[in-house]
Design a protein around this ligand. Structure first.
Ligand code: PEP
Length: 257
């Protein structure tokens, strides 16, 4: 058993109007009310962040943004900066494969975004993961190692220890396909934690929380969370209904009693 508090985060992506977000978060709030051993995080779209944060003002559920731009302010039409999110969110997802692939987000940007968030007291949830082609070509370890190294460039050990990393094989996102729990654990433990140990030492590597993401759902969460190096899940589709998301948090909590 390690000291890392498990963290289950629901990434709502581009779903839910403000009214729908409020309904969803009320249901999630009542479903996880007494659960303290597992950290529950919701990642609504930007426009619903304030309304969701208000519902959660006396709750232990944390709020995350799904993206940020690395500049503080200026002529960046449509973007949101870290100072705008400060005080509103606890976490922010960066480097999600949808942002990397659809919006061309580079490793360099992910690194700049991590630094911008940390400068404003927001914890980055940094997503990494390989494509199906890379997986089939046996390139997963080298690719993920390089993504992690690039994302962390210039951060100090304390900053790295505070981070959350999500290992999300792209071929498992929204497809119903999941990495086997043993394989996800191997990549999270040996490749990701191993890279951090090489760069920052074993203590830092053991402090970082690393989630699995990619078709995580109530039916597979227990097997995933029983793996020693998997500290949580970043959940897409199964986080859009209160029942399934709450079920995942509750099943995880049962493992940490
Ligand atoms: C995600 O987008 O981060 C994700 C893991 O999605 P899903 O759970 O739907 O595969």
């Amino acid at each position: 058993m390690n000291n890392r508090r498990p963290i289950i985060a629901g990434n709502w992506k581009m779903n839910k109007t403000i009214a729908e977000a409020v309904t969803l978060i009320r249901d999630i709030r009542s479903g996880v009310r007494e659960i303290m051993t597992v950290e529950t995080v919701v990642c609504p779209p930007f426009v619903a962040l304030s309304a969701v944060a208000e519902v959660l003002s006396h709750s232990h559920i944390a709020v995350a943004a799904q993206n940020v731009f690395y500049e503080e302010s200026g002529a960046f039409t449509g973007e949101i900066s870290a100072p705008m999110l400060e005080g509103l969110v606890d976490y922010c997802i960066i480097g999600h494969s949808e942002r990397r692939n659809i919006f061309g987000e580079s490793d360099e940007w992910v690194n700049k975004k991590a630094k911008a968030l940390l400068a404003h007291g927001i914890i980055p949830i940094i997503c990494v993961g390989e494509s199906l082609e890379q997986n089939q070509a046996g390139e997963t370890d080298s690719f993920v190692r390089q993504q992690v190294t690039a994302a962390l460039a210039g951060l100090n050990a304390d900053q790295v220890a505070s981070l959350v990393i999500a290992y999300e094989p792209i071929w498992a996102i929204g497809t119903g396909l999941t990495a086997t729990p043993a394989e996800a654990n191997r990549i999270i433990g040996l490749t990701i934690r191993g890279t951090i140990a090489d760069l920052y030492g074993e203590n830092t590597a053991q402090a970082v929380r690393i989630q699995y993401g990619g078709s995580a759902k109530p039916a597979n969460i227990v097997e995933l969370m029983m793996q020693p190096d998997i500290d949580g899940a970043l959940v897409g589709g199964a986080s859009l209904k209160a029942d399934s998301f709450v079920d995942m948090v509750r099943k995880t909590a049962q493992l940490y009693r």
